[in-house]
Design a protein around this ligand. Structure first.
Ligand SMILES: [Zn+2]
Length: 319
């Protein structure tokens, strides 16, 4: 579909040429493509960007060179960069940069390895999960709805200096929790000397976070937690037991819900994105990450950042 659109531009560019490269014909070309633009917008992240996707992994310059080559083969004169670029933006196109973790089912369907029925079931499941998450936000006052996710690994020090390239870096982790109703964000930061990526560590973090939250908000009777289905972080016996302990101690109901694999866009991603923007500069110490997280957002409130020490983490394995 995307490739068709790309070559649609090439075809359209030929129309422009045949019509004497005028601005008016460029406008015709844009109106022809309006139907396409509305049919397949890149709204995977909640429809914020209404852009069509061009061929994955291609730059705009490469598209121009493909188009020029195609025109040469057909024996017609291609438009230059100025016209191409203008039409590209007016048609609301953008070059699609593939995410690292794309959905296996969606990619499989795109390459013809997965049937239409399986794909439709998958799409329905994905939409149902996202709709259910949106419904949860609207629920009664005494229900607290959360999303939680670990940010991608942070390196310390982080600098573009080549001398640092081969040096061993300290790995820093940031577990994030986002309250869908109050829009509060919480970060729990620890480096590899203070904790690891085990069910025990995450069990402790979940227990500690929700325990503190329930102490500060005694009116809450139920917690709904949305997350991806990552085993050691969210979906294992250790996590279930740590949440069960919380249920017994605080006399609340905790419901864990999981998004469809490959479509786990959630509100925590906005936290990660703001933190990433804030940490674009050189970072030399673990503490600088903490300060950057605290300053990453101002409205409606700054993220509450907690540094986790190994001495805080509880041993949940019973030994
Ligand atoms: Zn998918």
């Amino acid at each position: 579909m995307q490739i068709d659109k790309l070559f649609g531009i090439a075809d359209a560019m030929k129309i422009v040429l045949n019509d004497d490269e005028s601005e008016a014909s460029l406008k015709d070309l844009e109106s022809d493509h309006d139907i396409l633009a509305s049919s397949d917008t890149a709204n995977q992240d909640g429809g914020r960007k209404r852009h069509q996707q061009a061929r994955p992994g291609c730059s705009q310059r490469q598209l121009l060179s493909n188009y020029t080559q195609s025109c040469e083969e057909k024996g017609i004169r291609a438009v230059g960069w100025k016209y191409f670029n203008g039409a590209f933006h007016r048609l609301n196109l953008s070059v699609f940069i593939p995410k690292k973790d794309q959905c296996d089912v969606c990619v499989g369907f795109k390459h013809g390895n997965i049937s239409q029925t399986v794909f439709e079931l998958h799409t329905a499941k994905k939409s149902a999960a996202q709709e259910m998450k949106a419904d949860d936000k609207m629920k009664a006052e005494d229900i607290s709805v959360w999303t939680m996710e670990l940010e991608s690994v942070l390196m310390c020090p982080k600098t573009k200096s080549s001398a640092m390239y081969y040096s061993t870096n300290l790995v820093v982790y940031n577990m994030t929790y986002f309250n869908l109703k109050t829009k509060e964000g919480y970060c729990y930061v620890f480096d590899e000397t203070n904790g690891d990526l085990s069910g025990q560590m995450f069990g402790y973090l979940h227990y500690n976070h929700f325990s503190r939250y329930l102490d500060a908000n005694p009116d809450i009777a139920k917690i709904v937690i949305w997350s991806d289905g990552c085993g050691y972080q969210n979906k294992c016996a250790t996590i279930a037991n740590s949440l069960l302990q919380l249920v017994v101690e605080k006399k609340v109901t905790i419901e864990q819900k999981f998004l469809t694999p490959g479509h786990t866009q959630m509100e925590c991603d906005s936290m990660h994105s703001l933190i990433k923007q804030r940490t674009k500069c050189d970072i030399f110490t673990h503490r600088e990450y903490v300060l950057a997280m605290e300053m990453a957002r101002e409205i409606p409130s700054a993220y509450k950042v907690t540094e986790v020490q190994f001495s805080d983490a509880k041993n949940l394995s019973g030994y």
